[in-house]
Design a binder for this molecule. Structure first.
Ligand SMILES: NC(=O)C1=CN([C@@H]2O[C@H](COP(=O)(O)OP(=O)(O)OC[C@H]3O[C@@H](n4cnc5c(N)ncnc54)[C@H](O)[C@@H]3O)[C@@H](O)[C@H]2O)C=CC1
Ligand SMILES: O=C(O)[C@@H]1CCC=N1
Length: 273
């Protein structure tokens, strides 16, 4: 695999996790740059390895093969417009990780001829267990797609989607998904306490159970329906709990929550376009 020169614009949490993953996977620090107006963000990136850091976005993208836009959605327009002259005609790949910023908006700010990969990572990238959905415009070359895969794979699983709209589904499943599991764990821990466990014990049991269930789902070639069936002894405690969930409409609750995430993604695209 070749080593494109990568420039991160915005060096916050997501950028730091990707830089950390790249360095851990053996990517040369000399092929990575990061720009951010906040010295604190740059210092944290600097602690990960000898990456070139600075406060000048234009200097960071000069000669770069891949530019990763890792600023908050609200300032993306301003940041892109300021970068447009430096990127014009460069052919460099632009990867945006911002939620709710469409390719149309990015092209409006950067120029119609910009090859763009829009992606939706998630925060488990911070621990190398991310899940990222990616979509490429038609003018992104095979080599550039391979670069995007290589970069995001440094922090976890990568799944390409065939249409930009699919990224809204990715947001609903994996982008926002970690928070659903955290909420579920929060509820389990709270009630574990009410049932008489101390908070630390309830927390450790819930954490390990989430990890164990995720690993079984990943490592078994049987699907989650069958895995659930195997825990559920007929007439036993799990059956009682599952019937309670179903009677309370858990599937509808999940469906409504995911639809709310999709609706909000569409709304954000309108607000920030
Ligand atoms: N946190 C999450 O769960 C996920 C976040 N994202 C996206 O990742 C992007 C970054 O999010 P985080 O890393 O969580 O945010 P963050 O706030 O940690 O990082 C953003 C960085 O941008 C810097 N910045 C501000 N103005 C700048 C400018 N003019 N030029 C260059 N850098 C500038 C800030 O100093 C900060 O270090 C966002 O667009 C967000 O939508 C995507 C998927 C999941
Ligand atoms: O909540 C959000 O808007 C972002 C996108 C996915 C995760 N965090």
């Amino acid at each position: 695999m070749d080593t494109p020169l990568i420039a991160f614009i915005g060096a916050g949490n997501m950028a730091a996790s990707i830089v950390g993953g790249l360095l851990e996977s053996g990517y040369p620090a000399g092929r990575i740059r990061a720009a951010d107006p906040f010295e604190q963000s740059l210092a944290r990136i600097g602690e990960l390895g000898p990456v070139a850091t600075g406060t000048d976005n234009n200097a960071a993208v000069d000669g770069a093969d891949v530019i990763i836009l890792a600023v908050k959605p609200q300032i993306m327009g301003e940041v892109c417009q300021a970068l447009a002259p430096a990127l014009a005609g460069s052919g460099a790949l632009v990867i945006s990780i911002a939620a709710g910023i469409t390719i149309d908006s990015l092209r409006g700010w950067l120029g119609q001829a910009t090859p763009i990969v829009r992606c939706m990572p998630n925060t488990p990238a911070l621990v190398g267990c991310g899940a990222t959905g990616l979509y490429a415009t038609d003018d992104v070359s095979e080599q550039q797609r391979a670069h995007a895969t290589q970069i995001l794979e440094a922090v976890g699983l990568v799944e390409w989607v065939g249409a930009e709209i699919d990224l809204d589904a990715v947001i609903a499943v994996s982008g926002s998904g970690p928070a659903y599991f955290f909420l579920f764990m929060e509820a389990m821990i709270e009630h574990g306490e009410r049932l008489g466990l101390d908070r630390d014990t309830a927390t450790r049991l819930a954490q390990q159970t989430a990890l164990g269930a995720a690993r079984m789902a990943l490592e078994n070639d049987v699907d989650v329906v069958e895995l659930r069936r195997r825990v559920t002894s007929p007439g036993g405690t799990t059956q009682a709990a599952i019937e309670s969930f179903e009677a309370a409409g858990l599937r509808r609750i999940v469906q409504d929550a995911m639809q709310a995430a999709v609706d909000r993604a569409a709304e954000m695209a309108r607000e920030m376009g």
